[in-house]
Design a protein around this ligand. Structure first.
Ligand SMILES: *[C@@H]1O[C@H](CO)[C@@H](O)[C@H](O)[C@H]1NC(C)=O
Ligand SMILES: *[C@@H]1O[C@H](CO)[C@@H](O)[C@H](O)[C@H]1NC(C)=O
Ligand SMILES: *[C@@H]1O[C@H](CO)[C@@H](O)[C@H](O)[C@H]1NC(C)=O
Ligand SMILES: *[C@@H]1O[C@H](CO)[C@@H](O)[C@H](O)[C@H]1NC(C)=O
Ligand SMILES: *[C@@H]1O[C@H](CO)[C@@H](O)[C@H](O)[C@H]1NC(C)=O
Length: 389
């Protein structure tokens, strides 16, 4: 149907930059997908075995175009909001905030203060709601206060320190993960070891921390690039575990930062991971071709669940009617869910507790199904699509 040449031509013409969508959770552990042709609410994991799973369509008002080269999304657990970095190439240093509570977008002006938005790697500290980012070997912070929407000010990134292990560009491909208010830096050159920045003391530990594999004869996690996700606890407790999926996808590593161990459970079925997100009990993968898969987690069990397996979420992408380029700003607000969700207020009635079901034409969401949702998504799937053509 599509030749490679046509795909390449379309890609080059319409999507000069490969956009990266996001997945994220609200504080009731409803799952969301941001940055496809539209944004969708998929509800809690009890919904995910529906086939197809129909997503509620979120508002496009104030939504960023999700055309940045390295968009990243973070749940602010206290604010029940999603903070989105680098989602608009016309303002890469600004932040877009989606309030799960009011289901609306605002834009927060930021002062980049020397950070490079296209290459910075960031985590959001849960307890303080402060971002930390490594950019060009320097660690920066950004205080988000209690914002669930923009406060109209310009918030600055502030230089914190030059971590010794990252000096002289010795750490060019940072992989960062948050747990127990410590930033864990993976991919530092030594398998099974991380460097640690202790947020509350603004202190880089001089020696790397060893994470011992629970598996007898196991070799510990590899020092490579990959994706991470903090595994949330309840509202009173910081994350104490995080997941790491290395780029080769051979295993999923669950780090326990109290015991300083790793558990190597099943690697994703589809190896190419573009994004990970975790709730309390689920780890969700977005593949580079836009598929969603998940695996159950048990945050209270110190034992690895070696029998846990990855399942595909067969979610239905609704074809936008008015905006075939899929830029997301075309007021494609035709679905039943827009009015339905806009009347909801309060956490208990957020879409996560009952994912709304729009009725417009939809089709099962497969790799090729993405193609018809808008050519922008070609950018998303470009690398992954090669593998299926
Ligand atoms: C969405 O639809 C509602 C109801 O028709 C309308 O009030 C609202 O302005 C629309 N929003 C956008 C962004 O078009
Ligand atoms: C995007 O960020 C990741 C780290 O999260 C980094 O490894 C990668 O190089 C970045 N990509 C671009 C295009 O800057
Ligand atoms: C785990 O590592 C942290 C950070 O280095 C350290 O503070 C803690 O004492 C370690 N815990 C154990 C049980 O060794
Ligand atoms: C382990 O995973 C299996 C398979 O997904 C699941 O049925 C089981 O409930 C999990 N056990 C725990 C303790 O989470
Ligand atoms: C979700 O809302 C629909 C329509 O209001 C209702 O029929 C259904 O029972 C609700 N489901 C849940 C799980 O609350």
């Amino acid at each position: 149907m599509f030749s490679k040449a046509l795909l390449v031509a379309s890609f080059l013409l319409l999507s000069p930059v490969a956009a990266v969508p996001c997945i994220g959770f609200d504080i009731n552990w409803g799952l969301y997908v941001f940055g496809l042709a539209q944004d969708y609410s998929l509800g809690p994991s009890s919904n995910w075995n529906q086939n197809p799973l129909q997503g509620g369509v979120l508002t496009t008002t104030g939504r960023p175009p999700f055309n940045g080269p390295n968009t990243s999304c973070y749940l602010s657990q206290y604010s029940n909001a999603l903070y989105v970095l680098n989602a608009d190439t016309t303002q890469p240093s600004n932040m877009h905030i989606y309030s799960f509570e009011t289901q609306s977008w605002t834009t927060q002006q930021l002062d980049g203060a020397g950070t490079d938005p296209n290459s910075l790697t960031a985590i959001l500290d849960r307890n303080t709601n402060v971002f930390f980012a490594l950019s060009n070997s320097k660690l920066y912070s950004l205080d988000m206060g209690t914002l669930a929407q923009s406060d109209g000010t310009t918030r600055p990134w502030v230089a914190v320190q030059d971590p010794p292990f990252a000096a002289n560009n010795a750490y060019p491909k940072p992989v960062m993960a948050l747990a127990e208010n410590h930033i864990h830096f993976l991919n530092t050159g030594t398998p099974a070891k991380v460097n640690i920045f202790v947020i509350h003391f603004s202190y880089t530990q001089p020696e790397p921390q060893f994470f011992g594999p629970l598996e007898v004869g196991g070799s510990g996690f590899p020092s490579t690039t990959g994706q991470t996700a903090s595994i949330f606890k309840d509202i009173t407790t910081p994350q104490q575990k995080f997941a790491f999926v290395p780029d080769d996808g051979t295993n999923t590593y669950i780090f326990d930062v109290l015991a300083n161990t790793t558990q190597a459970i099943a690697g994703p079925t589809v190896k190419s991971t573009s994004r990970l997100a975790a709730s309390q009990r689920e780890l969700v993968q977005m593949t580079s071709s836009g598929e969603l898969w998940w695996i159950p987690l048990n945050p209270d069990d110190a034992q690895p669940n070696y029998s846990a397996t990855w399942s595909k979420i067969n979610f239905a992408v609704n074809t936008p009617t008015a905006n075939p380029s899929g830029s997301g700003n075309g007021n494609t607000n035709g679905s039943a869910s827009s009015s339905q969700t806009s009347t909801r207020t309060g956490v208990a009635n957020s879409p996560s507790s009952n994912s709304s079901v729009p009725n417009s034409a939809s089709h099962a969401h497969g790799s090729l199904g993405l193609l018809s949702t808008g050519l922008l998504t070609l950018g998303l799937g470009f690398c992954g699509l090669w593998s299926i053509l």
